[in-house]
Design a protein around this ligand. Structure first.
Ligand code: HSE
Length: 397
């Protein structure tokens, strides 16, 4: 039952903030935006100046405001805003995946303690309603895995490269101009953004809080013309895939890295800023969700859905946390991996096993071998410094 009039304080008026404002106006949603707090005092705004403040306390200390909608870029500042608001009786809707991935466990405890609600559907995979589905629909179902394309910018870049033969730099610039990319695009192309979303999804899929620092991520920055040619010759594409799944009854594994995706795969035709999520469950079997993963309106639509849910006093219950107390995180799996390299010595720390393909010509050296996720994780900092590119062919069973 709808039981309250929402009086909202916005933090941020960038791509998502403006998208949401536009949606709220166009849908004549019954809520009042009391103030919008922004950082940049000189930026020209699309709505009159009296809507804005530069002082966060105009929202946080305002007793009239009962909902804070946080859409800023700065994860540290967002954490302080969200924590303070929850501790002071305000419900919060946020889209900040980095902040959530890094502080989720603490924030869940805070909202329980203070009886406030923290919702964040927009933080993972934009417009795809995956969090509430994992929380409610897959409540008792035995989830084998949740995997897919979780970052719109890198998918946009890869689409432009594989479909239109565009260059990496040009496609990245477009993704930035369209407002898809983070202000530091290494978060997108390096697989960090997808990893933050993966950690949030892991909490709702399995009731497990995994520190993002524990999760291996590898990006697309080093993709070169040889990788592209070889992939195209094999009638495949490369997509950045985030994966979380059960290794055994008690173990959960997760990672983010480029994958070869062939025509029969459900994600082959998921292009541009679209995301795709595949949930595999014991009884429902495979289910595929596809939708826009970035952009003001799609992300704003997910924020609106949370705002609407707040009116019904909706809260995530995190039932799986108490149900799955014995679960723990592991990197003890082998991944069949394509590795393009310059010097074999650079791969020493990977302790390659079962090399099945090895090609060495003057300017193109690659091999396909099995590598443990643990070794990939511990070698990450060395790997990203060299001209090395990795593509997964999947977990070895
Ligand atoms: N930079 C993010 C992406 C925005 O490209 O997916 C949406 O979270």
């Amino acid at each position: 039952m709808i039981n309250k009039k929402l009086k909202i304080g916005f933090f941020g008026f960038g791509c998502v903030g403006q998208g949401l404002y536009d949606i709220l106006t166009k849908t004549a949603f019954d809520a009042e935006i009391i103030k919008i707090c922004v950082k940049n005092k000189t930026k020209e705004r699309s709505i009159p100046a009296h809507h804005f403040t530069f002082d966060k306390n105009d929202i946080l200390q305002n007793q009239e405001i009962n909902l804070v909608v946080e859409m800023i870029d700065d994860a540290v500042e967002a954490y302080h805003i969200v924590k303070y608001a929850l501790q002071n009786g305000k419900n919060v809707v946020t889209a900040n995946k980095k902040m959530l991935a890094e502080h989720l466990e603490e924030l869940v405890d805070i909202q329980k303690k203070y009886g406030t609600s923290l919702l964040y559907e927009a933080s993972a995979c934009g417009s795809i309603p995956i969090i509430r589905n994992l929380e409610e629909y897959y409540d008792n179902e035995l989830l084998k895995s949740v995997a897919g394309i979780f970052n719109g910018s890198s998918n946009y870049i890869l689409s432009k490269i594989f479909q239109e033969k565009s260059t990496y730099q040009k496609a990245l610039k477009e993704a930035q101009d369209l407002g898809f990319a983070e202000s530091n695009p290494i978060l997108d192309v390096g697989g960090f953004d997808a990893k933050f979303k993966l950690c949030i999804i892991t909490a709702h899929a399995y009731g497990l809080f995994v520190n993002p620092d524990e999760v291996f991520n590898f990006g697309i920055e080093r993709l070169n013309e040889h990788d592209i040619r070889l992939t195209t010759e094999k009638n495949a594409k490369i997509k950045m895939i985030a994966f979380v799944g059960k290794k055994s009854e008690k173990e959960v594994v997760s990672f983010v890295m480029p994958h070869f995706i062939f025509k029969k795969h459900e994600l082959y035709y998921v292009e541009n800023e679209y995301n795709g999520v595949i949930a595999e469950a014991a009884f429902a079997d495979k289910q595929v969700f596809v939708g826009k993963g970035a952009g003001g309106h799609p992300t704003g639509a997910a924020v609106l859905s949370d705002i609407s849910a707040i009116r019904y006093d909706y809260q995530y219950e995190y039932k799986k946390i108490s149900k799955n107390k014995n679960l723990h995180y592991t990197r003890d799996v082998m991944i069949e991996t394509y590795i393009r390299y310059q010097n074999l010595d650079d791969l020493e720390g990977l302790h390659l096993q079962n090399i099945s393909v090895k090609h060495e010509s003057k300017d193109f050296k690659y091999l396909i071998a099995e590598v443990s996720l643990e070794n990939l994780y511990h070698s990450r900092s060395q790997l990203v410094e060299k001209d090395i590119f990795l593509v997964s062919l999947g977990i070895k069973k």
